[in-house]
Design a protein. Sequence first.
Length: 464
Amino acid sequence: MAAKSYHLWNPFTVMDEFLKTKDFGPLTIVRGEGPYVYNARGKRFINGFSSLWNVAIGHGREELVEAAATQMRELAYASCFRQAHPRAIELAAKLVDITNGRYQHVYLGTNGSEAVETALKMARQYHRQSPDEVDHGRYKIISLRHCYHGVSYGATSTSGLKSDEEKFGPLLPGFVQIESPYCYRCPYGKSGYPECELACAQALDEKIRTEGPQTVAAFILEPIMGAYGIIAPPEAYYRTVGEICRKHGVLFIADEVTTGFGRTGKLFVSEDWTPAPDILCLAKAISSGYLPLAATLATEAIYQRFLGEGNQFEHGSTASGHPVCAAVGLRNIDILISERLPQNAATVGARLIDRLRELANRRTQIGEVRGRGLMIGIEFVSDRETKEPLTEKATFNVLLDLATLGLLVYYRRNIIGLLPPLIIDDAIVDQIVDAIDTALDTGLKASVARKARLAKEFAASKLR
Ligand SMILES: Cc1ncc(COP(=O)(O)O)c(C=O)c1O
């Protein structure tokens, strides 16, 4: 393909670097089948991060193709503004059902950012409509530093990152952060749980008090921080932050865009939390990425505040509850549940974590293996004692070698993320571990041989 014909502006991509390497096969995926994707040369890769953490049931499921085609023939589009259609009604009911009736009302959207944006606006409007006037001043959103909730201004403002502020600030006012529950590198300098007495969770109480409880609308968290490096707090963390929210009348929002629909071995991480979150954000695996779909679920108590003469939730977009996306979502959820994919993620994921921890006994570059189910992070270090992170460049070299070995993974700084489709089996687990074992040898030697191998592997690739 001539360079000039490339007009795509890739999201979150360093274009200068990408354009130098875009003809490399792994970067142009042309086909998918089950847990694998194929490049233009026909090389097969284990889809080690489920394309973008979303293709839970794997590629190529005809049932979803069929669901979309049938729905398009019947009714390609209808809006949910002051009207409805069967698929949106059925999908909302299905989501209420599989969350065990904890939530009673479902707003449908198209992506995770929208699910979060919806939750944030819902939380603010909820307080604005409180019968108690003292709540009307609640607008602040508390979140975890380095969280990722999406790209819209509200979602971006939750992260409170200096780099975002510099690039397109000012971010929105009223967004404040507490440090994240990153046990391996505790931001509070503690030695570990339980000795730390969950200082990271107690920080929420402190933050609400200093901000002024009557100014805080909601606290939002990812049950396992994905983009930051698969950071999973101790179980007790969830109860503690939930109780703190309750105590201060602050809404508790769980963003399960990544963790939802079985990724961690349970259908939802928050399914048995007490207190339960007030709002649940879902996307990604809700449709396994086959079509854009998202949902924001609210409790009965929240919904009740939006009733009454002339009152409505001031929110919605053209594709909210799109019938074709809803039809695909419904079929996808049926497959996830009937094929017991959350259970598979639990079993196969436990094996993967065990095998990676065994590997860590031999490979000193592995500082920590963490996560749950099939949401696993491996943090690389150059020195285990000091936890000095492996450089990003060295981690990238490991990633390149993994690609030549036929495994695509997520990476960020010195961390790689494994979030394969929930359909993988023990044989694929073993291939993943073997590939990482090999890449830790070859990938960390910036040798001529490595470069030659990469060149041979990729350079002949042709874009189609
Ligand atoms: C936890 C979380 N929330 C929200 C989002 C945003 O989702 P989307 O990219 O579909 O807008 C993401 C995306 O990775 C995510 O990981």
